[in-house]
Design a binder for this molecule. Sequence first.
Ligand SMILES: NC(=O)c1ccc[n+]([C@@H]2O[C@H](COP(=O)([O-])OP(=O)(O)OC[C@H]3O[C@@H](n4cnc5c(N)ncnc54)[C@H](OP(=O)(O)O)[C@@H]3O)[C@@H](O)[C@H]2O)c1
Length: 237
Amino acid sequence: MSLQGKNVLLDKLKQLKEKLAARSDSKIKIGYQLVDVGDFESVEKAVMGAIDQLGNVDVLINNAGLALGAPSPFNDLTHAQIMTMNNTNINGYMYMTYAVLNKAMLRKKAGTILNVTSITGLEVPPFPGEAVYHANKACQEAFTNAIRNELKGTDIRVLALRPGCVATNFHSQRVGHNKEMYDSFFEGFEPLVAPDIARAAVFMLEQPLNVSIKALDVVPSAQRSITVFDRKWNERR
Ligand SMILES: NC(=O)c1ccc[n+]([C@@H]2O[C@H](COP(=O)([O-])OP(=O)(O)OC[C@H]3O[C@@H](n4cnc5c(N)ncnc54)[C@H](OP(=O)(O)O)[C@@H]3O)[C@@H](O)[C@H]2O)c1
């Protein structure tokens, strides 16, 4: 990433920190780190930086992720698209988890890891196209279950939050920012928005230590399954 690009991102994070600080209790510490989750060195540095700033890591939310090249079949994706998706969606979750476990959570044998996966992770392959992204999400589900088992003997909880359709940059990026394809995807119904997922994450994280919501599917009511949408939803409002 160019120095200019880094500065733009740092500026965005600084503004976000100021916004959050203005809204929260002054005793709450807020810090930020710039990280490429697909680069292990960058991940370790960011995790160490966060520990320096905040003292410990009690909660890790693995959320960074992307889909590229939809609706192309696998053979039409570029090598760069395949690598970027695999690196962010798989290595990213594993690198962050590895660094946080080793540098923080395993010291106290406590914490919560919340992996934002997707409803696609369970219904692979849901429809033709997006083979890499759907396989990535299935991998995240398997990884979530595997480390939950491995962390037996600790108080570390491992959870999966599975969004359905959420209107974020994700869907625009997924179709190469083609507005027509983006609009037709959401035609006739009201998708979720980011705060809907944030509320679900808070609900999962606020449970007492003896309760693990292992997995939670949060979808628009009009999304009856991964491929079945009620496109008359808006007409009834
Ligand atoms: N939107 C949906 O309908 C939907 C449905 C199911 C699951 N999900 C999952 O929800 C998660 C969040 O997606 P979203 O909808 O909020 O999409 P989004 O608005 O595009 O946000 C994705 C975030 O990931 C970050 N990111 C991407 N690559 C990264 C990297 N290498 N290192 C660090 N950060 C990186 C992006 O950072 P920058 O902004 O700096 O690039 C951005 O903040 C993803 O895991 C996605 O698979 C989304």
